[in-house]
Design a protein around this ligand. Structure first.
Ligand code: HEC
Length: 204
């Protein structure tokens, strides 16, 4: 039974919370699940190549996402510092997304056009060589360890079940593209791919 003062009823609190949360789900989440094809069509985002995908896995396994976000919010100071704000289509081929939640280092959403490959090589071997005050860890072993590429085809097949449009030939050639490459080579290809899909929108 409803208590005299309904603000003290835990049931009313639970029921109204469920109603409000279900409404947000209906308005924000459901339309985007249904509109995935439209969103993909209107976007310049491309699926990662096999080598970029291998690099993305290294980004995850080394915990780069713990210190770096990939989420520029549409606020003037954020855009001024980090470049173009994220749009709904940006992560359409990303499973899981790497938005992150903590910025010990800068946001990397629009990193792709910023530095040369050589800069990344030096920065990964020892960040202090290019940014003397950097507190980022060094990752020299990434240049010594090589990738077998054995599992990359299976990863692409799994991503295909989630809607990433990899073709059969891309999947069958994947292993050879990754095999023998160092972890650093793959990681740098991934870093250089960040934000490239929006190049046409950014350039004047
Ligand atoms: C402990 C936190 C931390 C971790 C972990 C970390 N970084 Fe950083 N990163 C930073 C900081 C701080 C900076 C800014 C100073 C600098 O440029 O070195 C930075 C800068 C960068 C930059 C230059 C960004 C720019 O716009 O100038 C890149 C690229 C980068 N990190 C990539 C990586 C990658 C790849 C990894 C994982 C292999 C990684 N970081 C792991 C803290 C971190």
């Amino acid at each position: 039974m409803m208590s005299k003062d309904f603000t003290q009823s835990v049931w009313i609190l639970i029921i109204t919370t469920v109603v409000v949360a279900s409404f947000s789900l209906l308005v924000w989440v459901v339309p985007n699940i249904v509109r995935t094809a439209d969103i993909a069509e209107g976007s310049l985002a491309k699926p990662f190549t096999a080598l970029e995908l291998a690099g993305r896995d290294i980004y995850i396994s080394e915990g780069c996402h713990v210190c770096h976000t990939q989420m520029v919010r549409p606020l003037a100071p954020e855009v001024k510092r980090n470049g173009r704000a994220n749009q709904e289509a940006d992560d359409i081929y990303e499973f899981p997304n790497l938005w992150g939640s903590k910025r010990t280092g800068p946001d990397l959403t629009n990193l792709g056009r910023k530095y040369s490959d050589q800069w990344h090589v030096i920065h990964l071997i020892n960040p202090r060589q290019v940014v003397p005050t950097s507190i980022m860890p060094a990752y020299p072993w990434l240049f010594e360890q090589t990738l077998s590429g054995d599992d990359i085809g299976d990863k692409m097949k799994t991503l295909r079940t989630l809607g990433v449009p990899y073709t059969d030939s891309e999947i069958s050639e994947a292993r050879l593209q990754v095999r023998g490459k160092t972890k650093a080579e793959a990681l740098i290809r991934y870093l250089q791919s960040l934000g490239q899909d929006t190049a046409q929108e950014v350039s004047p």
